[in-house]
Design a protein around this ligand. Sequence first.
Ligand SMILES: [Mn+2]
Length: 279
Amino acid sequence: MSIEGRKTSVIVFPFDLFGNAGTGAGAERLGDFVGELLDDNRHETRSTRCDAYRGRVKVKEFAFDTLKAVQSWRHIGRQTARQCLKSGERVIWLGGNHLSVLPVYEELGTDTLVFQFDAHFDIYQLHDVTPNLANGNFLLHAETTLPPIVNVGHRDLFLTPAEIRDNFVAAYSSLDIANDIERFAKEIRKRSMGAKRVWIDIDADVFDPANVPAVHHPLPFGPSPLLVLKLLDAAFAGNVVGVSVSEFDPWRDTNDAGLNVLGWLIEWVLLRWYEGGEE
Ligand SMILES: [Mn+2]
């Protein structure tokens, strides 16, 4: 499909039950950010870089404020993800808690490689985490075979290498990345180019909490936004069909620091897709 024909759907999916209530408001806040961005661009009379995606991005907002919507959240999510992926649209999925991205994972299929930027592994079966579906264990509850997942940026001190290997094709810790950023950028680029399709899943807690404080389970010693950007740029070497962002809670933000990082990234993603004619 030509670059002109390819639209982007921004899906605001503010689901935040089973953990980290408040992140739904984060999805809505980021959705508003995109809406304001598109609106500003429409009013711009001089030419700007935003012309690259003018008229090609639409925002679709969901709400989980009725019992019916809550009961069918997973069905709605899977159906929406399926439609977007099938139509060849690109997707920016603005989720509430990380669990709100599970329906996307379930629709990606095994020929899509996921780069999951996350401080955690979300396969925890701890004494204080419910064995039922929750945001801390959601990868164990997929209804379909999960796509291969590469974790980027974890600071886990708990899981054994064997358990990580069972669920992830690779895991690059925050310390690995800091030690040899060039090596991991190269590795991510290579994996991305070797995959049929790529999905980038950003949990806001991947960043060092000094930069993005607006999360429920901050872990110290995270990568700076600049290091994350370098690795995202490498991941964009391949056919990136979508990007998801979750776990942002604006009530925990400090002077909009998190909003600033995540909002800038979303704008960067749009430019990365529409400038340069990579297709
Ligand atoms: Mn996390």
